[in-house]
Design a protein around this ligand. Structure first.
Ligand code: SF4
Length: 700
């Protein structure tokens, strides 16, 4: 650019599930910054807002550490190699492993930040080019509990049942286990407006956060007791006559038994388990029950538990019992975490799903997809295992080769020490990433990928709103797009015919057909439409306006009715996890300035400056018991491993609970201490509750 000239690049933030759009402006006259990001006022979700992450996202794209050539590890050192050689090498290695150990000895591990097109293609790549059943993704740690509960209750899984624009008209909102002010900051104004309009906001979180400042009532349940909390609220709604009998009778199944079973629980017991007072439980239930319009929204605080899907189901019960869904200003939602957490779980990179949320076990769905892919239905692999179970299969030697795209499993999986050991056991590890992430460093071969500024494709936000992110600038000559890499590799694996795509748009056209008539129906959505509007699925034809609010007339089960989650009290009772050796509970989460395992945000100087290392939040009274001083390095220990982390005093946390963010790797990775306890239904690990001990690093 000549001095004084300006280049405007319309783009979309690569991070959270709001998917804010912006103009990135490159200008040589800015004195201390080459780039400025200007939020897009026309975006229907973010409405001209953007947070610090979006404003600085471009910094990682221009970071000097970015990989620019395929890197082959020779004698422990990475050496740049041509693309042809890299692809040939990968194909030969994977084919050789499969020759000796079978097709399923190769795994594919994807991510919830990939575009819909890449998500779709990655599923096809695993099942058609590699012919393996082992594919799953990091969204298993993000949305799987809410997805399982929504499918069970509503027959379909979409983050929010309504558009966010309805939030300001709600009279009561329950935010359970979600810290939107730090994690999805640009949606907070919807809630502020609701409050201005008179809404009563209830936040349930063991910590005081920027979100709890919005609350009229802050419930601080003991970590892991959310299901019991929801039982208590439902009991009060029933006992005090806040239920909507007409809605229950005409639109739901399973209520009578649930109501009867709930009589066995006393409010005193709920209060004892959750450590929330009966008075607060009653206030919360009465405010929600009495409100003409209301929303219940959950997130990882409720979901990342070994009973996560059960707990979400109990929060959905509140919505169904009061008839607060299927009409304006009322609904349920799970606030998605990753940028394409929604689309990422719809198009086939989940072990048990085919594109459009089709089932990999149903003959009809398998036949539709195998016909589209030009293979025999019998040759379409079956159901694989979840993300963490794939790690277990690597450790056990069943999976011997792994292809990772858009993820950093070494840091994001629970039981980090074991996970690292499992990845090191592999005969061949290939990672496609922009940087040498903690996982990529372990790889035998690393492939460089394009950034969000270069990569065209669609994303689906938490509302089920599909948006088109156009490329803001060309991809550097020595780097390829994710979809190009998959097409090239497929060719070397002998499956080139099924991967003869020349653009992301061409892949989307196939995705549309694959989803036609399925639950997540994108058939009516096209790049042409998306170039001037956003569309919420389901959208069955090009004349259809899209669906901003679900369930107005029916739910997605065959009989059109929603299903209450039954009471299974043993799932709601908090196991006494702590003991003499590990007396405290650790909960993990996000910071506003970082995203996922921090591979990109730790390489954005303005974001790293804000939070340069993980801090362990600890109550000063708790710290005093262990002779820990503020700002001191400590050892955080569980039965699985140890993390060295700096203590940070705060009274905004329960005395029995510690908090640490998960955005750092190596010895600072908090997942070195988390447990691989999985929800039996959805396989979500229990990130939000680990029994730990904390001691000063220096003996006193
Ligand atoms: Fe918007 Fe989320 Fe990006 Fe922030 S991180 S700019 S809220 S999309």
């Amino acid at each position: 650019l000549k001095e004084g000239t300006e280049k405007v690049m319309p783009s979309q933030c690569p991070y959270c599930s709001v998917q804010c759009t912006m103009d990135l402006i490159e200008d040589t006259v800015f004195t201390n910054k080459r780039f400025k990001a200007k939020p897009d006022k026309g975006n229907p979700t973010s409405g001209g807002r953007m947070c610090i992450k979006g404003a600085n996202a471009h910094q990682h794209v221009y970071n000097d550490e970015r990989i620019t050539h395929p890197l082959l590890k020779i004698d422990g050192e990475f050496v740049p190699v041509p693309w042809e050689l890299a692809c040939e090498y990968i194909a030969k290695q994977f084919q050789s492993i499969q020759h000796f150990y079978g097709k399923d000895s190769i795994g594919v591990y994807g991510g919830g930040s990939l575009t819909n097109e890449v998500t779709y293609l990655l599923g096809k790549f695993a099942r058609v080019a590699l012919k393996t059943k082992h594919i799953d993704y990091n969204g298993r740690f993000c949305m799987s509990a809410a997805a399982a509960a929504s499918n069970a209750a509503f027959g379909i899984d979409r983050g929010l049942s309504n558009s966010l624009q309805e939030i300001p008209d709600a009279d009561c909102i329950i935010l359970a286990g979600t810290n939107i002010a730090d994690c999805q900051p640009t949606i907070v104004p919807y809630f502020r407006q609701a409050k201005k309009n008179g809404a009563f906001i209830i936040v349930s979180d063991p910590r005081e956060t920027a979100t709890t400042k919005l609350a009229d009532l802050h419930l601080k349940p003991k970590p892991g007791t959310d299901a019991m909390l929801a039982h208590g609220l439902l009991k009060i709604l029933i006992d005090e006559g806040f239920t909507d009998s007409e809605f229950i009778a005409s639109r739901t199944n399973g209520y009578t038994q649930l109501a009867e079973d709930l009589t066995s629980i006393s409010l005193q017991r709920v209060s004892d388990v959750t450590e929330v007072s009966i008075e607060d439980l009653k206030t919360a239930a009465r405010k929600y029950g009495d409100a003409p319009n209301g929303f219940v929204l959950t997130a990882r605080g409720v979901e990342q538990h070994a009973n996560g899907s059960y707990a979400v189901g109990q929060f959905i019960n509140l919505v169904l019992a009061t008839g607060k869904i299927g009409r304006y200003g009322n609904g349920f939602g799970s606030i998605t975490g990753q940028g394409n957490g929604q689309g990422g779980r719809e198009h086939g990179q989940k072990a048990d799903q085919l594109p459009g949320y089709r089932s990999i076990e149903e003959y009809k769905d398998r036949k539709i997809i195998s016909d589209l892919w030009g293979i025999d239905e019998c040759d379409l692999p079956g159901k694989g295992v979840s993300a963490y179970e794939m790690i277990e299969k690597m450790a056990q030697g069943e999976i011997k080769g792994l292809f990772v795209m858009g993820s950093n499993p070494a840091v994001s999986n629970p039981n980090g020490v074991y996970t690292e050991h499992a990845l090191r056991q592999l005969d061949y590890l290939v990672v496609a990433d922009m940087f040498l992430s903690e996982t990529a460093r372990m790889a035998d071969l690393v492939l460089p990928v394009s950034s969000y500024l270069e990569n065209e494709g669609t994303m689906t936000n938490m509302e089920g709103r599909v948006t088109l992110r156009k490329a803001a600038k060309p991809v550097p000559k020595t780097i390829k797009h994710d979809w190009e890499i998959l097409c090239d590799l497929a060719k070397y694996l002998g499956a080139g015919n099924a991967f003869s795509f020349s653009s992301a748009q061409a892949i989307f056209e196939e995705l549309r057909v694959a989803s036609k008539g399925a639950k997540a129906d994108y058939y009516g959505i096209s790049y042409d439409r998306l170039s001037h509007e956003t569309v919420c699925w389901p959208c069955p034809d090009e004349q259809h306006p899209g669906t901003q609010r679900l369930f107005d007339s029916e739910f997605a089960h065959a009989d059109g009715r929603a299903v209450f989650s039954p009471l299974e009290l043993e799932k709601a009772l908090s196991e006494a996890m702590t003991n003499e050796e590990y007396p405290l509970l650790l909960t993990t989460g996000r910071l506003m300035s970082h995203y996922l395992t921090g591979v990109q945000t730790r390489r954005s100087p303005d974001l790293l400056k804000r939070d340069k290392e993980p801090l362990l939040h600890i109550h000063p009274d708790t710290a005093a018991c262990y002779r820990i001083e503020d700002n001191e390095l400590v050892e955080l220990k569980s039965s699985k491993g140890t993390v060295i982390i700096r203590a940070s005093f705060t009274t905004a946390i329960r005395k029995d609970t510690l908090f640490a963010p998960f955005h750092w790797g190596d010895s600072q990775s908090v997942n070195r201490v988390t447990q691989p306890r999985l929800d039996p239904v959805c396989k979500m690990p229990e990130f939000k509750r680990t029994a730990v001990a904390v001691v000063p690093l220096v003996e006193k």
